[in-house]
Design a protein around this ligand. Structure first.
Ligand code: ARG
Length: 582
């Protein structure tokens, strides 16, 4: 139980004791400002309103009840404004919490009381296309949330919903057949540039009717299970995934080939889905196609929108696959919850698929299907992020540029550092910066990609946090002790120590929030505030200076150790490495 939940439960109990109905909530939240205490209980006013009593009086009664209960925990409880309660935690209690965190292997973060099976739909690039910046968000946010859920003890299934099916495969197979004629080792050479391969196939298809005819024939054969077509298709899938796997490794995301659950995987389920939808009276024939009409969505004429689940020619659609996929995740994978990291343009698609899923009873309502949407990446000019020639930016090129920029930066800051260490630090900074700039934003709308901002050592950036970590490592080197071997008690005296301690104890709560909301930017914001509190503490409270009392020094080192651990663990949950020096 994190501190917010702990206080919430206490306030709720006191509320009930003071006459509120069972189940009333304390609505405890971290306070927005220090003079409102560490936490604030907002649950009194709604109860008072419902009962027609004076909220300040009710708040006073709740405070009376809490006084004894929280004697060892709080310094002060005060009724504020129209009926809030401000909660000021005792420094001694904060210190005892931190002593516990210091000895715990999990930096004070509790495991989830109930573990769930959680499917995370992430990355999902497309076959025969290179991963581009649009897939970055889904990949890194999905991975960070997966890591966080795993850390809390949940069983996480990363589902890489690879775009590996569709009519384009006819033309891709036909093109592959041709290039293979001239070059049997095409896998190594031509296909290294998937974008170009795709473009050439498309050109060929558009300009050569003979080729187009063959391509269409291959689609039919592929769908019919033709062995040769399937082999050619598999070649395309494999080549793509070998390249993507390299990108995943560079990005330091924990996605493996076993996580691939592409669209094609659901093909065998699709005829059965249509049968069930028909039997349940949901799918009806409309002009030869199978359609589900949804009252929940209206078309331009204001009539229920028809969602096609099977075309006239028998082909299934992207939506049909997502219907089957949700069913599979619940039925076969045993999901208690499914998180989808997909860009905002697919909102309506998902909502329609899930409306059908719920109506058909494929996934019960108590199993949430959550769309975590995000916008597209914009350049500094506010226009979609593109290469100079107007093409989509390949992820691998983006990472190359990040590497070059970070190397130059680290070399200029640390000319004395040896080449090997420089390379290690630059890599951690480059990858960290790119991922963090994405992870730290809470935007469902579009967002601006800005090299200078993300590589800055100031502000809410990866290098800033990585730098804060190295500061602490150097404090320990100077002190000549190891982080894990500190003795002596933690004592909170200075106001800057208190601010830092109050921040440190929120870690548990923040990790819980990330897991619940599926939003890593909360963790980023926390780590940034923590680093800020650390920097202020370090300015106000010397550690290694001459004249600092031994016990004070030991206590301050413990605070430093806790900050370092939270930074390392927190960045680790985001999939970002720390370094010893930079
Ligand atoms: N491959 C798709 C794309 O690049 C994303 C798939 C997302 N996942 C899903 N279950 N539909 O747009």
């Amino acid at each position: 139980m994190n501190i917010r939940q702990f206080l919430d439960a206490r306030v709720a109990a006191a509320l009930v004791e003071a006459g509120a109905p069972q189940g009333s909530s304390g609505m405890v939240r971290p306070s927005a400002r220090a003079n409102f205490g560490d936490y604030q209980a907002n649950g009194i006013m709604p109860v008072a309103k419902r009962q027609g009593i004076n909220p300040r009086e009710l708040a006073a009664r709740v405070v009376d009840g809490l006084q004894v209960e929280l004697a060892g925990v709080v310094d002060k409880l005060e009724v504020a404004g129209p009926g809030f309660i401000n909660i000021f935690l005792k420094p001694e209690w904060l210190a005892s919490q931190l002593e516990q965190a210091y000895t715990s292997e999990r930096s004070g973060v509790d495991s989830a009381p109930e573990t769930q099976t959680i499917v995370v739909d992430l990355s999902a690039p497309n076959v025969a296309k290179e991963m581009h910046v649009g897939h970055l968000r889904s990949t890194v946010i999905g991975d960070a949330v997966s890591r966080t859920l795993e850390f809390l003890g949940h069983k996480v299934i990363r589902a890489n919903h690879l775009g590996d099916w569709g009519t384009q495969f006819g033309m891709l197979i036909a093109h592959l057949e041709e290039v293979q004629k001239d070059n049997p080792d095409v896998m190594e050479s031509e296909l290294s540039d998937l974008e170009q391969f795709y473009r050439e196939s498309k050109q060929h298809y558009d300009n050569d009717p003979e080729f187009a005819k063959r391509a269409r024939n291959y689609v039919v054969k592929l769908q019919g299970g033709d062995t040769w077509c399937l082999e050619m298709w598999k070649t395309l899938v494999d080549v793509t995934m070998v390249q993507n796997q390299r990108t995943y490794e560079r990005l330091n995301v924990a996605i493996t080939p076993e996580d691939t659950m592409g669209e094609s995987m659901y093909n065998p389920m699709l005829p059965g889905i249509i049968e069930e939808l028909k039997a349940k009276g949901l799918a009806v024939e409309d002009d030869g196609a199978m359609v589900v009409f949804l009252e929940e969505f209206k078309n331009k004429e204001g009539e229920p929108m028809g969602v096609i689940v099977q075309k006239r020619d028998g082909a299934f659609l992207y939506t049909t696959t997502d219907i089957a996929c949700a069913k599979y995740r619940y039925e076969t994978l045993g999901a208690d919850r499914v998180l989808y990291y997909i860009d905002a343009r697919q909102t309506q698609h998902l909502q329609q698929a899930w409306t059908v899923v719920r109506k058909a009873g494929f996934v019960p309502n108590n199993v949430p299907l959550e769309h975590h949407a995000f916008g597209v990446m914009l350049g500094k000019d506010g226009k979609p992020f593109k290469t100079r020639s107007g093409g989509t930016v390949k992820l691998s090129d983006l990472l190359d540029e990040a590497g070059n920029r970070a190397s130059a930066l680290i070399a200029s800051k640390n000319p004395q550092m040896d080449a090997e260490q420089q390379a290690e630090v630059s890599n951690a900074v480059a990858i960290g910066a790119v991922k963090y700039s994405d992870l730290s934003k809470n935007r469902t709308t579009d967002y601006v990609f800005d090299w200078d901002n993300m590589l800055s050592f100031e502000g809410n950036t990866a290098p800033y946090l990585q730098y804060a970590y190295t500061r602490i490592r150097s404090i320990f080197r100077k002190a000549g002790v190891a982080e894990g071997e500190l003795s002596g008690n933690l004592v909170i005296v200075d106001p800057a120590e208190r601010v830092l301690a109050a921040k440190l104890v929120q870690f548990n709560e923040v990790v819980d929030n990330v897991a619940r909301e599926g939003t890593p930017h909360l963790l980023c914001a926390y780590l940034y505030e923590l680093s800020g509190a650390f920097m202020s503490f370090y300015e106000a409270c010397p550690v290694n200076k001459d004249g600092v009392d031994k016990a004070v020094r030991a206590s301050r080192l413990k605070l430093c150790a806790l900050v370092a651990r939270e930074l390392k663990l927190g960045l680790g949950l985001l999939g970002i490495d720390v370094v010893e020096q930079m």
